[in-house]
Design a protein around this ligand. Structure first.
Ligand SMILES: [Zn+2]
Ligand SMILES: [Zn+2]
Length: 77
């Protein structure tokens, strides 16, 4: 485990490794593309990724771009 700033919530947390291209579909070949992200943001990100269906390559990179582009929810109003 590595501690750092999560690119999504911008908080200092323990970071987990998200493989942009799921290993269950791509094997290990393209799996150099990873994103370090905290556990709770990682869980949210995973909910946007279809688990059973293989999507086009671009889907996996753009889902991460879109996910990170969304501003973190404000904690106080
Ligand atoms: Zn986070
Ligand atoms: Zn992941």
């Amino acid at each position: 485990m590595k501690t750092g700033i999560c690119p999504k919530c911008r908080e200092v947390k323990e970071l987990t490794t998200h493989h942009l291209f799921p290993r269950r579909f791509y094997g290990t070949k393209q799996n150099k593309k990873v994103l370090l992200i905290c556990r709770s943001c990682h869980n949210k990100l995973e909910t946007f990724i279809p688990q059973k269906e293989k999507m086009p390559d671009r889907f996996y990179t753009s889902i991460v771009e879109l996910f990170l582009a969304v501003k973190p929810e404000p904690k106080f109003w």
